[in-house]
Design a protein around this ligand. Structure first.
Ligand SMILES: Nc1ncnc2c1ncn2[C@@H]1O[C@H](COP(=O)(O)OP(=O)(O)OP(=O)(O)O)[C@@H](O)[C@H]1O
Ligand SMILES: [Mg+2]
Length: 250
């Protein structure tokens, strides 16, 4: 579903260039919930943003559903992005719109008829357990409820891929658990492939069938989550496992 080969991303910093990604090679299969874990500044957000070309890679190949993303025209990219939903740590909801109108937003952009929009939004809200909040505003919701709205909005267009950048990092551990359960259920129910960026080993342990560890712009190990966690091959993974649950930023 996602094939990344020899991917590099360089930023121009104030004084010198910053190599945010170096020679990244990854294959994410259809239906995977693929975790990418690493410390702050390792390159996680840069990597996930290269998957929908929010960041343009400096070189290398990024194929999503068989399509090379790096050479698309703007119009082709707009089309390709319809197959790729995204959720963030900060939810990014539209505060002046109701829950229903937030979920409706991507369908309005694609010119879907009004009645169909309403039907599909209510369907999605039911899937995320918020059917009774359709008329509420984001300011009236808890963090977990806001993330449920963001998930409904990201999936209402039936994308093939859902990108999650630290989607639970702003939530307490009980709410995190319920969001991880929801993502797991939606992966099963809709068959949507998920890429999950996190700095918390408990997130990959509870959610992801496969995991890659990123450190200082490089993928340092990857494979089945169960194997990586039970037999880490590099120090950074050993540290992440050793400190699981000891500190929880935010
Ligand atoms: N727009 C930018 N311009 C210049 N440098 C950037 C830019 N975005 C990211 N970087 C740099 O690229 C490196 C990787 O950043 P990135 O945001 O991908 O890390 P991260 O793993 O997501 O970190 P965090 O866990 O803190 O979110 C860092 O050194 C960062 O300072
Ligand atoms: Mg980040």
């Amino acid at each position: 579903m996602i094939e990344i080969s020899h991917l590099y991303k360089e930023y121009q910093g104030d004084l010198h260039k910053i190599q945010a990604l170096e020679d990244i090679n990854l294959t994410i299969d259809q239906g995977d919930i693929f975790g990418i874990i690493g410390m702050s500044g390792a390159g996680k957000s840069t990597l996930i943003r290269c998957m929908n070309l929010l960041e343009k890679p400096t070189s290398g190949s990024m194929r999503v559903d068989g399509q090379e993303m790096t050479t698309l025209t703007d119009a082709q990219l707009r089309d390709a992005r319809k197959q790729i939903g995204m959720i963030f740590q900060g939810f990014n909801l539209l505060m002046q719109r109701t829950v229903l109108d937030n979920v409706a937003f991507p369908l309005e952009l694609s010119g879907t008829p009004k009645e169909e929009i309403r039907r599909r939004c209510l369907e999605m809200l039911e899937l995320v357990g918020l059917q009774d909040k359709a008329g509420a505003y984001p300011s009236q919701l808890s963090g977990g409820q806001k993330q449920r709205v963001a998930i409904a909005r990201a999936l209402v267009t039936h994308p093939k891929v859902l990108l999650c950048d630290e989607a639970t990092s702003a939530l307490d551990s009980l709410t995190t658990r319920s969001i991880l359960e929801l993502l797991k259920n939606l992966n099963q129910l809709l068959g949507v492939t998920m890429v999950v960026i996190t700095h918390e080993i408990s997130v990959v342990r509870n959610l992801c069938n496969k995991t890659a560890v990123i450190d200082s712009s490089h993928i340092v190990e990857q494979g089945l989550t169960s194997e990586i966690l039970s037999n880490p091959s590099v120090d950074i993974t050993r540290d992440l496992v050793a400190f699981e649950g000891v500190v929880r930023p935010c």
